[in-house]
Design a protein around this ligand. Structure first.
Ligand SMILES: [Zn+2]
Ligand SMILES: [Zn+2]
Length: 88
């Protein structure tokens, strides 16, 4: 019996749970909003060599999608969805 639900503010996905106070991490932050592919974890060391980044792309970037030119840089952090009591 589902009693609690919460909606991801980023992608709108709805999560359900039987327990109160559950916090679910939505996985939408790992996927490219342009093409939907799973993105690669961005590491400044490897990426600066591979993609010749300029200084505009720095610490904020978490994930990278290389299916585009230039690559898509994502600053979206993991989205924690708090579940609240279901109404109705
Ligand atoms: Zn989401
Ligand atoms: Zn992409």
């Amino acid at each position: 019996m589902v009693k609690f639900e919460g909606k991801c503010p980023n992608c709108g996905k709805i999560f359900y749970s039987e327990r109160q106070g559950d916090i679910v991490t939505c996985d939408c932050w790992q996927y490219c909003p342009i093409c939907g592919a799973e993105m690669t974890q961005y590491t400044p060391d490897s990426a600066s060599k591979t993609y010749a980044l300029d200084s505009k792309h720095d610490f904020d970037v978490l994930m990278i999608c290389t299916f585009h030119s230039p690559p898509f840089f994502s600053k979206q952090k993991p989205v924690e969805v708090e579940l609240h009591e279901k109404v109705g």
